[in-house]
Ligand binder design. Sequence first.
Ligand SMILES: CC(C)(COP(=O)(O)OP(=O)(O)OC[C@H]1O[C@@H](n2cnc3c(N)ncnc32)[C@H](O)[C@@H]1OP(=O)(O)O)[C@@H](O)C(=O)NCCC(=O)NCCS
Length: 164
Amino acid sequence: MIALQPEQPEDWWEVEALYDLCFAPGREALSSYRLRDGVDPVPGLCLVARDSDGTVAGAIRYWPVHVGATDALLLGPVAVHPTHQGEGLGAFLIEKSLEAAHASGWDRVMLVGDAPYYNRFGFTRLDGVEMPPPTNPDRVLGRDLTPGAWAGIAGAVTRWSTPG
Ligand SMILES: CC(C)(COP(=O)(O)OP(=O)(O)OC[C@H]1O[C@@H](n2cnc3c(N)ncnc32)[C@H](O)[C@@H]1OP(=O)(O)O)[C@@H](O)C(=O)NCCC(=O)NCCS
């Protein structure tokens, strides 16, 4: 039995521990982390899955970014504890959070990841959307949350800033 809840501030370090377990050491050196530095994740879209004894079984986070002059969500990191991989939990986290993203008014989402995994959720390569180097362009993927939302969108992906 898995319970899915929006991430709360007190969940932060448990989720970090899961990511440390699931990703190679040095994950924070990846260019996608430079887009997260000093920016809060999007509340309500970051989800934590706990199993029946309360252990974190999976988690997903989102950050806002700019792509050229427009806004997008950056999906990730997403990870599932090795003892729960292959049970559909990754898909559940991705689908539920994308539903929440659409419901809260976001139009488009992007990520850096393996196309063979993310194609099943409708993510395809984003031509002309440039992550900070070094990033393999084949791993820069996007999905519309509203029809046509990525049409004509190109440019550098930059850290979120609010006017003023
Ligand atoms: C990627 C990850 C989140 C998937 O979670 P999960 O709960 O195991 O995934 P699901 O049960 O929803 O789906 C399992 C399927 O995805 C496939 N899959 C998992 N990772 C994959 C990858 N990197 N590339 C291609 N397929 C992949 C599995 O082979 C399996 O295929 P099947 O349905 O044909 O058997 C999880 O394996 C994980 O935490 N990996 C380490 C961290 C990571 O790489 N995160 C993603 C990058 S941000």
